[in-house]
Design a protein around this ligand. Structure first.
Ligand SMILES: N[C@@H](CCC(=O)N[C@@H](CS)C(=O)NCC(=O)O)C(=O)O
Length: 233
């Protein structure tokens, strides 16, 4: 049995869960308590202290990109990667764009802009048992604002970040023009990585405004949900 150690609120958790469900792999879930991570409680499971992480047959795998590759090797069908080499390369590039770029947009808009934070606070409360809601709000705002400033995105003016978000949605819309999937002719790791970051971004009003200006993304979201739902049916 595979065990998924997760922060339920993480887009990377959603990406990996969808891969597990798509491949029909049974798994159990352990909700990681955030406060226990700095104490080193899970170091044998995730050396980076980041989650999600998978444990399978005594082996730990962390980083969602490595997890999907591991699942592909252990459970090859249905495949998460296009057979064509150029398309396989593109799928990886889009996966990394989602994980390493879109991620910071969702962090900034969902967790460092106060007007959006309320929407996700209850789910965060579950990962931080015992922390009062108001303290949690302040802690998240302070920590994520500092983090995205250090990364760089958080130093851009609000209007610029909103313009970037709109451009990301327009790019996706173009990628989906005349196509069912982001790369190739079936679902790939690229679709899973991008939908997971978009769903986190949808906690932000600004992402809904951006979505409304696109033509193909809503149908693609429904398509991915139909074959690789967030949770097994
Ligand atoms: N590149 C990693 C990113 C994982 C990640 O950043 N997870 C966040 C939650 S969304 C985390 O564990 N943050 C806690 C930390 O950075 O200490 C992946 O693809 O799995």
């Amino acid at each position: 049995m595979i065990t998924l150690y997760q922060f339920a609120t993480s887009p990377f958790t959603e990406k990996v869960r969808r891969a597990l469900v798509y491949k029909g792999i049974p798994f159990e879930v352990v909700d990681v308590v955030r406060a226990d991570v700095p104490q080193g409680k899970y170091l044998d499971i995730s050396a980076t202290g980041k989650f999600p992480a998978l444990v399978h047959e005594g082996k730990s795998i962390w980083d969602s990109t490595d997890m999907l590759e591991y699942l592909e090797a252990a459970f090859p069908t249905p495949s998460l990667y296009p057979a064509d080499p150029r398309e396989a390369g593109l799928a990886h590039a889009i996966e990394e764009w989602a994980d390493e770029s879109l991620y910071f947009y969702e962090m900034t808009a969902r967790l460092s802009w106060e007007h959006n934070l309320e929407r996700g606070l209850d789910e965060f409360s579950k990962t931080m048992p015992g922390v009062p809601r108001e303290a949690l709000r302040t802690n998240i705002l302070t920590a994520v604002t500092a983090l995205v400033k250090t990364q760089g995105l958080g130093r851009k003016p609000y209007e610029q970040i909103v313009a970037d978000i709109n451009r990301h949605f327009r790019s996706l819309d173009k990628m989906l023009h005349g196509r069912d999937w982001l790369v190739g002719d079936s679902l790939s790791a690229a679709d899973l990585a991008v939908i997971a970051q978009l769903n986190a971004l949808f906690y932000a009003d600004e992402a809904h405004v951006a979505l409304e200006q696109t033509t193909h993304i809503k149908a693609w979201l429904a398509r991915v949900d139909a074959v690789a739902p967030r949770t097994a049916k």
